[in-house]
Design a protein around this ligand. Structure first.
Ligand SMILES: CC(C)(COP(=O)(O)OP(=O)(O)OC[C@H]1O[C@@H](n2cnc3c(N)ncnc32)[C@H](O)[C@@H]1OP(=O)(O)O)[C@@H](O)C(=O)NCCC(=O)NCCS
Length: 293
């Protein structure tokens, strides 16, 4: 078995093929999106056996403070042959070399959780996936006086510029076990949905909700960040914006939307349930200290 670093577009496509085979229910960024995330801290690997790709790996500095994240993935028909172990070791070594004291990973199934525990990872958090077919949409509630809704794409600059007065607070309110550290640059790029609906009051963004479209599965889309500034909560803005994204989905041939929410985010989960989303999957966030040893 050999490991190699992804460099060419063909490598990236092969990496995507493993990702899609292992997690068929989650959108995978296009090669262009992946290229846009390339950085000196990010490592993408392919694992081959007898020349054929059997697995892939990802490691990078994470948005969780002082931690790296990694994801070894092995095609189901090639598991239990040591590939996951080889990927994990190389990915963890990369993160140790970056000087990171902790590593995190997400697992969706019992077998992968057993693998993670076998290597000393422990559970630190849980996330819930909620899914809704794009049918029977409830009516749009009225907006509070003085609030208008715009698409981020129609107002260039509004999204990157709202990081200080809106984004920083939204990210710090995440119900995570360890605070997130999101750079303004990542806020401006990976956190921006397409479409991204923004509620604006007096020129300030006070709420957002968006979608990430899936080029491989155009009939499904994942919700991006839904957030309301603290002083605007409890006035129906999240409900309004989320319903705007559902309407947009219906108009663009999307049949189903899904969203991942921290287990501890009772408010978001309750709103999703009210809006007709049903729990479809849970995942476990696991962590351990580096080096792997
Ligand atoms: C987790 C994953 C990468 C393991 O890949 P793999 O190539 O099968 O792993 P290995 O063969 O190196 O397994 C090493 C050891 O982990 C444990 N393990 C792996 N899979 C297991 C399973 N399904 N049930 C119980 N233990 C398991 C065993 O102790 C195994 O040793 P053994 O086969 O000698 O008993 C693979 O199942 C996968 O791609 N899962 C989905 C992606 C994912 O969740 N990745 C994150 C993991 S942190």
């Amino acid at each position: 078995m050999e490991l190699s670093v992804c460099t060419t577009d063909e490598d990236y496509e092969q990496w995507r093929a493993v990702r899609i085979a292992v997690l068929p229910y989650e959108r995978c960024g296009s090669v262009a999106e992946m290229r846009a995330q390339d950085s000196p801290t990010r490592l993408l690997l392919l694992a081959r056996r007898d020349g054929a790709v059997v697995g892939s790996g990802l490691a990078d500095r994470s948005e969780t403070a002082d931690a790296g994240s990694l994801a070894p993935r092995v095609l189901p028909e090639h598991r239990r042959a040591g590939t996951g172990t080889a990927l994990l070791r190389r990915l963890a070594e990369h993160l140790s070399d970056l000087g990171l004291p902790e590593v995190r990973a997400t697992v969706d199934d019992d077998g992968s959780l057993a693998f993670a525990r076998r290597f000393g990872f422990t559970d630190v958090d849980h996330e819930v996936e909620q899914t809704r077919p794009v049918v029977d949409l409830p009516p749009l509630p009225d907006l509070p006086p003085g609030v208008s809704v715009v698409l981020a794409g129609e107002r260039p600059g509004l999204w990157p510029d709202c990081y200080e007065r809106f984004g920083r607070e939204a990210v710090s309110d995440f119900a995570v076990d360890t605070p997130l550290e999101v750079t303004p640059e990542r806020w401006a790029t990976t956190w921006l949905g397409d479409p991204m609906f923004l509620a604006v009051h007096d020129g300030d963004v006070v709420a957002c909700a968006g979608l990430h479209q899936d080029t491989d599965e155009p009939r499904r889309a994942e919700h991006g960040l839904t957030a309301v500034r603290r002083d605007w909560r409890g006035r129906g803005l999240a409900r309004h914006l989320k319903l705007r994204t559902l309407r947009w989905a219906a108009q663009h041939g999307i049949d189903e939307v899904y969203t991942w929410t921290q287990d501890g985010n009772a408010a978001m989960r309750a709103l999703n349930e009210q809006l007709g989303y049903a729990t479809s999957r849970t995942s476990t966030k696991v962590a351990r200290a580096l080096p792997l040893g």
